[in-house]
Write a protein that binds this ligand. Structure first.
Ligand code: 5RP
Length: 266
C-alpha cells in the first residue's frame, strides 16, 4: 500500500501569479467591452480569441448584447462561436466588419504582427483587413522588439500545386539573408513552439481551411529591412496566396501584463 501524505498547500505567491491563460482571458475580456449590440464582429482564432468568443456568447445569453453577428476567421472559430451561441455569417453578406478581435503570435513596437502560426492567416487577414477596427489581444510574452527574431516561423499560405517550386522561389527571394531557412509545415508540427532545427519533415503536409499548404519561413536574426517591400515581394511569387505579416492592420493592442496591469497600445 502507498503511504499517502496530504498534498502540500500552495504557497501564497503561487496563487497570486496569473497564468498565461489568465492573462489571455483578461486581455480578451477587456477587448469585448468594445462590442456593442447590432455590431458585426470578426471572430478570431486561437487560445486567446477563444476567451473573447466565450465572453461574447455569455453576454448574448445574459441579454447584455443583442443582434450581434460574428464573422469567423476559421472553421475552428465557427465551431467555437456555435458552441458559445454567437450567430454567424460571412463576408459575402457582411463585407464590412465593425470590430475584429483576435490574438497574434508576435507584436512589434509599430503594432505590426506575425499571425498564422495556428494556420488561419488567410481568413484572418480577409476579415481583419475589412474591419473598421481591429483589436489585438495578447499577453505580454507576445511583445517583441523585432518580428520573427524568436526563431519561430513567419507562415506563408501557398497552393498545393507545385509547392516545391514555390518553396524554391521563396528560398531564392531570401538568398543571402544570414540565418534564413524555410520548410513546408507538416501536420505533426506545433508551429507555435517549433523552430527550424526541431522541425522534421516526416509526415503529411498541414492543410489549411482553404485546402492550401503552409511554408514556414525562419529568420534567425529576425526580419530586417522594409517590411512592406518584403511583404510585396512574397506576394508577387506565383503560388503564394497570403502571408502572416499583418502590417498596419491593428488599430490597437490590448496587452495583459504579468504584474496585473492591462495596457492598451494604439
Ligand atoms: C492563428 C493565429 C492566432 O491568432 C495566433 O496564433 C495566436 O494564437 P494564441 O492566442 O493561441 O496564442 O494567428 O492563425
Amino acid at each position: 500500500m502507498f503511504d499517502l501524505e496530504p498534498p502540500p498547500s500552495p504557497s501564497p505567491l503561487a496563487t497570486m501569479v496569473p497564468s498565461q491563460d489568465d492573462l489571455k482571458r483578461v486581455a480578451a475580456h477587456r477587448a469585448v467591452e468594445l462590442v456593442e449590440s447590432g455590431m458585426v464582429i470578426g471572430l478570431g482564432t486561437g487560445s486567446t480569441a477563444a476567451h473573447a468568443l466565450d465572453r461574447i456568447g455569455d453576454l448574448i445569453r445574459s441579454g447584455a448584447l443583442r443582434d450581434v453577428v460574428g464573422i469567423p476567421t476559421s472553421e475552428w472559430a465557427a465551431a467555437r462561436a456555435a458552441a458559445a451561441g454567437i450567430p454567424v455569417s460571412d463576408l459575402n453578406a457582411h463585407p464590412v466588419v465593425d470590430l475584429s478581435i483576435d490574438g497574434a503570435d508576435e507584436v512589434d513596437p509599430a503594432l505590426n504582427l506575425v499571425k498564422g502560426r495556428g494556420g488561419s492567416l488567410l481568413r484572418e487577414k480577409m476579415v481583419e483587413g475589412t474591419s473598421r477596427r481591429f483589436v489585438v489581444i495578447v499577453d505580454d510574452s507576445k511583445l517583441v522588439p523585432r518580428l520573427a527574431a524568436s526563431g519561430l516561423a513567419v507562415p506563408v499560405e501557398i497552393i498545393p500545386f507545385g509547392w516545391a517550386l514555390t518553396l524554391r522561389r521563396l528560398q531564392s527571394l531570401f538568398d543571402g539573408v544570414p540565418g534564413f531557412n524555410l520548410k513546408l509545415r507538416t501536420a505533426s508540427i506545433d508551429a507555435k513552439a517549433t523552430t527550424f532545427d526541431e522541425k522534421g519533415s516526416d509526415s503529411e503536409p498541414f492543410v489549411t481551411d482553404n485546402k492550401n499548404y503552409i511554408a514556414d519561413l525562419f529568420f534567425e536574426n529576425g526580419i530586417h529591412g522594409d517590411l512592406r517591400v518584403i511583404s510585396d515581394a512574397i506576394l508577387r511569387i506565383t503560388g503564394v496566396v497570403e502571408h502572416g505579416l499583418f502590417l498596419g492592420l491593428a488599430s490597437s493592442v490590448v496587452v495583459a501584463q504579468k504584474d496585473g496591469v492591462v495596457v492598451v497600445v494604439v
